[in-house]
Design a binder for this molecule. Structure first.
Ligand SMILES: Cc1cc2nc3c(=O)[nH]c(=O)nc-3n(C[C@H](O)[C@H](O)[C@H](O)COP(=O)(O)OP(=O)(O)OC[C@H]3O[C@@H](n4cnc5c(N)ncnc54)[C@H](O)[C@@H]3O)c2cc1C
Length: 429
């Protein structure tokens, strides 16, 4: 039974105090960035390093969106599609370039954290992905081989009879390990990035919602809940939180809710039994779950879809997720849940992330749930584009960010798709 839990992300516990922010509302900026998640901060850092006067506007508190709520699993995004599916969709050369870009994103975030000395428990712990069907194990093995051939991705397969060396459950039919995937503390990563942006001269105004944009000849009037300011360039970095105030982007991004729970502190030996290699974990289901040890190694943090996101601040909303966790680890049924929280990820029509410029407004968004490395890299790349640099070119540039046809029906569509996917997870390969 889930009761008396905190609805704050576990990551928010014991975060260092926020840096002092200048609350005076500026009249203008070279570049205004809408949204203070990783996309916005990463772009701001690159722009500030290049000497641009950059201002981030955030509707809520700093990092209010997914960037301080996520699982802290750092991957390449290459597992969203099988390599063979990418080839069928985009051809061999483009598919190769796309998976290589995924690997580059992993390297980029690691280098950034090191070069900016961001203390956020970043560690290449590796990722274990459990097969929920015997056939998934075989197809995952083929896909891993393709990834290795295409992008030099290292991996190894773990057959079912050896899987206890990786994870303390027998529900999977073996799994794969990507040893170069990583884990970090999302809250500390966000704080660290923010600190570097401010130190480089960037500014952040919180509790300031952008309510509309008016395009002038060579600038924009940025309308906000605190007044109007002028910007040379505007970057939309609001991803899964994009609202009606940015209609061209809202129509192209669908918010999909995902949630996490944290257990109470567990005995050390139990933690070792459940996750002997302390990696980040997931499975091959369409409606998948993901989990990992907390950064202090004392709790299990488990994520997935909850059915009642509208009631995310009610304990009962998280019961379903707890049942799913107990299905993976029945031994946890005697333990309490202390935290439950939710957030929105941004989905695109082609399930690929996008960046570019639409009606003179820059954007980077749509990481479809693998946003820690992607948003960092996309933020950096779109900033290079704003700066007019060649290094801003990416393999994603010619992929159109298409509108959803029935965007208004998206909340219902997400629920219907989820039910259909759960049905297929249950009854089909
Ligand atoms: C529960 C959960 C678990 C996840 N786990 C993982 C994981 O383990 N690994 C992984 O790679 N990814 C994960 N993700 C996804 C990842 O967190 C996101 O893809 C990433 O943080 C996106 O960053 P962002 O900066 O683009 O958007 P966000 O961090 O969502 O930031 C957007 C911001 O824009 C602001 N905003 C919106 N509209 C306006 C406006 N009009 N004016 C001003 N501000 C505005 C919002 O308040 C918000 O703060 C998870 C997401 C969630 C919710």
């Amino acid at each position: 039974m889930v009761s008396n839990i905190s609805f704050r992300p576990w990551w928010h516990e014991n975060l260092p105090a926020l840096p002092q922010l200048d609350s005076r509302f500026p009249e203008n900026a070279d570049v205004v960035i809408i949204g203070s998640g990783y996309t916005g901060l990463s772009a701001a850092l690159t722009l500030a390093h290049a000497g641009r006067d950059v201002l981030i506007l955030e509707a809520g508190s700093p990092g209010f969106g997914a960037s301080t709520r996520n699982g802290g699993q750092v991957g390449s995004g290459n597992q969203k599609f099988r390599v063979q599916s990418l080839i069928a969709l985009y051809g061999r050369e483009k598919a190769k370039a796309l998976v290589r870009a995924g690997s580059e994103m992993l390297r980029y975030i690691e280098d950034l954290i090191e070069s900016e000395s961001i203390v956020c428990h970043f560690k290449k712990v590796g990722r274990f992905r459990g097969a929920v069907r015997p056939a998934h194990y075989e197809s995952m093995a083929r896909d891993m081989e393709d990834l290795k051939r295409f992008a030099g991705v290292e991996y190894f397969m773990v057959p079912a009879n050896e899987q206890r060396t990786e994870v303390g459950t027998d529900i999977y039919f073996g799994g794969s390990v990507l040893p170069h995937d990583a884990a970090l503390h999302p809250g500390l990563y966000h704080r660290g990035l923010l600190q570097r942006v401010l130190q480089s001269g960037g500014q952040l105004q919180t509790e300031t919602r952008v309510t509309g944009l008016t395009s002038n000849r060579s600038s924009f009037d940025v309308h906000t809940t605190r007044g109007v300011l002028t910007a040379g360039e505007v970057l939309v970095a609001s991803n899964g939180y994009t609202g009606s105030e940015l209609p061209d982007f809202k129509s192209r991004l669908v918010p999909v809710g995902t949630s996490m729970i944290a257990t109470e502190e567990l005995p050390e030996e139990l933690m070792l039994d459940l996750m002997p290699t302390s990696r980040v974990y997931g499975n091959t289901a369409r409606v998948f779950h993901y989990y990992r040890p907390s950064t202090d190694g004392r709790r299990l943090l488990f994520g997935g879809r909850i059915r009642r996101l509208v009631a995310q601040n009610s304990s009962s909303a998280y019961q379903h997720l707890q049942r799913e966790m107990n299905h993976v680890f029945p031994v946890l049924s005697g333990y309490r849940i202390t935290h439950g929280w939710s957030g929105y990820i941004g989905y695109t029509k082609d399930v690929l992330p996008h960046l570019g410029c639409h009606n003179r407004i820059w954007y980077a968004a749509g990481y479809c749930g693998t946003g820690v490395s992607r948003s960092t890299w996309f933020g950096h790349k779109v900033a290079l584009k704003i700066l007019g640099k060649d290094e801003g070119k990416t393999v994603f540039d010619d992929l159109p960010l298409s509108p959803f046809r029935f965007r208004r029906a998206a909340p219902l569509g997400v629920v219907l798709f989820e039910s259909w996917y759960r049905f297929r997870d249950r009854f089909y390969d």
